[in-house]
Design a protein around this ligand. Structure first.
Ligand code: CP
Length: 316
């Protein structure tokens, strides 16, 4: 594996899930791989899970880890070509990425969508600029439109918990007052579509994900219809793709409650976290035995460890 920015960088999803499970079973077996190698983690946005799980995974593989909050710890970066830099941004990505590539063997980047212009966000300027200018492998720690480390952890969790070969997996929109990116929903849909699970997306009218991402997935506008017989419920809010970045509804009837979970086939509840209790999901669901959110977050270590391992093997 050269980079891990989106699914195009992955040759075999099933093998990568297996590799994640192997990392979990034997976390320190490959400590030699990262010896005297450095990973730089760059955060344009806040993080708890991604930041700590990636540090831990890199340390499990013997790597040195440098973490930087871009903007507050560094210069503000300019991404546009050909501009006269007479405003607030003091450094261009061309130099910044190339310089960081001198210090780091792998660079991992988090940079969320701005949700102002759909074309701009879906161009993935930040991650693609690092790919272009850094000269070292790039890992996506959640970009404008994708969160592949999360999706790999999600598939690892489903593999651990599934009780049948082809479970019914439901991705459901849940209400929120702020416009949130589509990255987690997009990625989850893309990665589940690489499996042979039954897959249904439930969201209100106006919230359909990009047609290029949901492809032939079944989309329904009724949670009750989607939840019937489901083995996994994966909740997430996203803002509208069609009316880009807008909150079209905060309909509380889309909140995940024990009554909704009772419609399922004793489904496990999943959410990438952080989650606002009582808003998207009721306390009773998050506190129930069927909630898998902590196991899911724990698996973030093994997903990114599998990715870093494959990249380190490519560097050797
Ligand atoms: N799920 C996830 O990416 O969590 P953080 O935003 O805390 O990293």
């Amino acid at each position: 594996m050269k980079h891990f920015i989106n699914l195009n960088d992955v040759s075999d999803v099933t093998e990568l899930v297996k590799l994640g499970l192997e990392q979990k079973a034997n976390p320190f077996a490959n400590k030699h791989l990262g010896l005297n190698k450095t990973i730089g983690l760059l955060f344009f946005n806040s993080s708890l899970r991604t930041r700590i799980s990636t540090q831990k995974a890199a340390m499990n593989l013997g790597m040195n880890v440098i973490v930087m909050n871009v903007g507050s710890d560094s210069w503000q970066l300019e991404f546009e070509d050909g501009v006269i830099m007479d405003q607030g941004k003091a450094e261009h990505i061309k130099e910044a990425a190339a310089v960081l590539g001198q210090y780091c063997d792998i660079i991992a980047v988090r940079a969320f969508a701005e949700l102002k212009d759909r074309n701009d966000d879906y161009k993935e300027t930040v991650l693609e600029s690092f790919r272009k200018y850094a000269g070292v492998p790039i890992i996506n720690l959640e970009s404008a439109t994708r969160h592949p480390c999360q999706s790999l952890a999600d598939l690892i969790t489903i593999e651990e918990l599934k009780t049948k070969e082809k479970p019914k997996v439901v991705l459901t929109w849940a209400p929120h007052f702020k416009p949130l990116p589509q990255a987690v929903g997009n990625s989850f849909a893309e990665w589940v579509l690489m499996t042979d699970y039954e897959f249904v997306i439930a969201n209100p009218e106006g919230y359909d994900l990009s047609p290029e991402i949901r492809k032939n997935a079944k989309v329904v506008h009724s949670q009750e219809e989607a939840f019937a017989g489901a083995d996994f419920i994966y909740a997430k809010n996203w803002s509208s793709y069609e009316q880009y970045g807008q909150v079209l509804t905060q309909d509380p009837s889309w909140k995940i409650t024990p009554e909704k979970m009772a419609l399922t086939n004793n489904a496990k509840f999943m959410h990438c976290l952080p989650v606002r209790r009582g808003l998207k999901v009721s306390d009773e669901v998050l506190d129930a035995d069927y909630s898998a959110v902590i196991q899911q977050a724990g698996n973030r270590v093994w997903s990114v460890q599998a990715v870093i391992k494959q990249i380190l093997e490519g560097l050797a």
